[in-house]
Write a protein that binds this ligand. Structure first.
Ligand SMILES: [Zn+2]
Length: 656
């Protein structure tokens, strides 16, 4: 298997049939100049776009009506000539002309209506079309046969580096082919679980058929099936040779989503690629630019989390590359070129595990609290060795079945520590704790919100009076645990009939019988879903409470770096190079209109960093400058990093 290239562009080319002269001004030299200006080593080029057109003389599919050349061939050959890979893009789920000419290929909802994305089926031709507006197609029947035939044709006509199949893994479908398929397998389509099972079977069989065609001819080809919502579900990844983590942090929910994704995919054993855009807002934004400083910082952060880099662009219909775009990307990738050896092909190295629960707000909220407190973590793969973690955090959503609970009980018995938030300790019917946490479950919250009063044990940085929780706590009765914080309930829930003042009802005078935080030995429970509360409301008090509770169960972090809350830090272990690399990042995103923008990169000076690893660290230097740092003579390797501007890699070498 080849190593996935590190500096990629995903070159969209969804081109309407209403636009003339498609590809007319493509020029090999201009193309190659752009690739070199951008410091690229891979560019994804188009075989078939969302308008259903192909950019080569296809006999199987439909060539773009205004294309007069074999653009795909020229692009691939021009790229190969300058040593740049050129994997091939092929759309699956969105294909507009196919959907119009073959309505029977469009996926159907259970009620028989068309499955669409952001699409008004009753709109008139002159009505404004929203962004990202398509009908969804189903990879079955004749449409699937078309895609397989075209995959064969592409493999015959071109030197194939790889395939990127886009818009995969949509909702269960009830089209005629799927209904017949379910019937043939003895599945009753009216049961949702049957439709889901068939949907999984259908997509897995599509992936298997495509992979068989490609890999029989190109065993080294990279293949990825893109479907954002599928990311944490291994059943959708069986066809992938690697992962491409599509994102647009300026408009798709910010810069904090990427670290948790990177850490999840870092523990899957396959290469992974972070994909952002050169656009200010969104795919298909012609003339939209992100500043090169922002692209550089984004790319550095991708590397810092062990990820290869990709930025999306869209080629103008005339086939001329936008050189300003490649200047911007080139500024970023010139830096990536210098630091990529210190980010790729290593492993995350943290002794705090985050057990994801599938509740986005809980998972992301907990990770945000950790990142803002400069506590490095890994995403736990439950099938891996858990004892390498000093502590595991369960983020708040219900997530355990009996076997997983047993894994965690075994982990506790071997000296592990657990911090359990919200409903994470409960069984799937939410009637009892699956973990022996020294308490009996009494039920869900009786009030929509409540208050916490902390004891002296966990009160650092927290007020002594009751503070508000924006959702209420689950109720537990302690059996053999110690309460560390109490709950105060309000007098009543706010209604038209019962209300007080503008907002929430104040607290009553006595503590509730159920606690807010309790500990039994190596397990601490927090009754509130502090992750989702923090994710939605961002109050520092809640973060402080979580961190105080965590500190009781987590005392030996591998890395400590003193950064502001918006600073980020990640450790990568590269055993082949006998080194750990601590990546420090600081450029707080700013809310500007509907976008998050990276602009200000205030320097940080004299940042203390400490690393506690089993090996004897022999020298510490900055990358890429190579400047050596004074290494303290203590058990942990301690240095002071003189300056961090955006990103700084700090290399702890244990080579003799
Ligand atoms: Zn279908």
């Amino acid at each position: 298997m080849i190593k996935l290239p590190s500096r990629q562009v995903h070159l969209d080319f969804h081109t309407s049939e209403l636009i003339p002269d498609v590809g007319r001004y493509f020029d090999k030299k201009q193309w190659q100049h752009a690739l070199q200006l951008g410091h690229l080593n891979s560019i994804t080029v188009f075989a078939k776009c969302h308008h259903s057109w192909s950019y080569y003389p296809t006999r199987v599919g439909k060539p773009h009506p205004h294309l007069q050349r074999n653009l795909l061939k020229e692009q691939i050959e021009a790229s190969h000539e300058v040593g740049v890979r050129a994997p091939i893009y092929y759309t699956v789920g969105w294909s507009a002309t196919d959907a119009e000419t073959h309505p029977e290929w469009v996926a159907r909802n259970k009620d028989g209506s068309l499955q669409t994305t952001n699409y008004d089926v009753n709109a008139g031709a002159n009505d404004t079309k929203p962004t990202t507006s398509w009908k969804n197609l189903c990879p079955s029947g004749a449409y699937k046969e078309l895609m397989l035939a075209q995959t064969r044709e592409i493999c015959e006509q071109f030197i194939v580096d790889g395939f990127f199949y886009d818009i995969c893994f949509r909702d269960p479908c009830y089209c005629d082919q799927c209904m017949a398929g379910m019937q043939a397998m003895g599945l009753n389509a009216s049961a949702d679980e049957n439709a889901r099972a068939y949907n999984k079977h259908k997509w897995q069989s599509f992936m298997a058929d495509c992979n068989a065609i490609i890999l029989s001819q190109y065993p080294e080809a990279t293949i990825f099936y893109n479907g954002g919502a599928s990311q944490y579900h291994p059943e959708w990844h069986v066809g992938d040779t690697h992962f491409e983590l599509e994102d647009l942090p300026t408009t798709w929910g910010g810069y904090d989503k990427f670290p948790i994704r990177a850490k999840y995919f870092a523990n899957t054993g396959k290469d992974y690629l972070a994909m952002s855009g050169k656009f200010h807002t969104h795919w298909g934004e012609f003339g939209g630019f992100k500043h090169p400083d922002a692209i550089t910082f984004e790319a550095a952060c991708m590397l810092a989390y062990g990820s290869r880099c990709s930025f999306g662009d869209q080629l103008h219909p005339n086939g001329v590359m936008d050189l300003a775009t490649y200047e911007n990307i080139g500024a970023a990738y010139a830096y990536v070129e210098q630091i990529e050896a210190y980010g790729l092909d290593g492993h995350p190295y943290a002794n705090l595990g985050v057990w994801m629960t599938g509740s986005v707000a809980d998972d992301q909220g907990v990770v945000n609290m950790l990142m803002e407190s400069q506590i490095d973590f890994e995403v736990v793969n439950p099938r891996s060795e858990l004892t390498r973690y000093e502590t595991i955090v369960l983020t708040g959503g219900q997530c355990l079945n009996a076997p997983d609970a047993q894994l965690l009980e075994n982990y506790l018995a071997q000296g592990g520590h657990l911090v359990v938030l919200g409903e994470s300790g409960l069984n799937s019917s939410k009637t009892a704790f699956l973990l022996d946490c020294g308490a009996r479950y009494m039920g869900d919250a009786q009030f929509t919100l409540d208050y916490t009063v902390v004891s002296d044990e966990i009160n650092e940085g927290i007020v002594s009076t009751p503070f508000l929780n924006y959702t209420g706590a689950i109720r537990a009765e302690l059996t053999d645990a110690i309460a560390l914080a109490a709950v105060r309930v309000p007098y009543f829930d706010r209604t038209y009939g019962h209300y007080c003042s503008h907002m929430n009802t104040p607290y009553t005078d006595v503590n509730a019988p159920h606690p807010a935080v309790w500990r039994k030995g190596n397990i601490t429970c927090l009754a509130h879903k502090l992750g989702s509360i923090y994710y939605q409301h961002g109050a520092r008090m809640h973060r402080q409470l979580f961190i105080n509770a965590l500190r009781q169960q987590y005392t030996k972090p591998i890395v400590q770096a003193q950064l502001p809350s918006a600073g980020r830090m990640n450790v990568i272990h590269q055993p082949d190079q006998q080194r750990y690399v601590v990546h420090l990042m600081y450029a707080p995103p700013l809310q500007r209109g509907r976008c998050l923008v990276i602009e200000d990169m205030p320097d940080l000076f004299d940042v203390p960093v400490q690393l506690l690893v089993p090996e004897h660290v022999t020298k510490v230097f900055l990358a890429p400058s190579g400047i050596l740092l004074d290494l303290g003579n203590t058990e942990a390797a301690q240095v002071v990093v003189p300056r961090v501007h955006g990103h700084q890699a700090v290399v702890f070498s244990y080579a003799a």
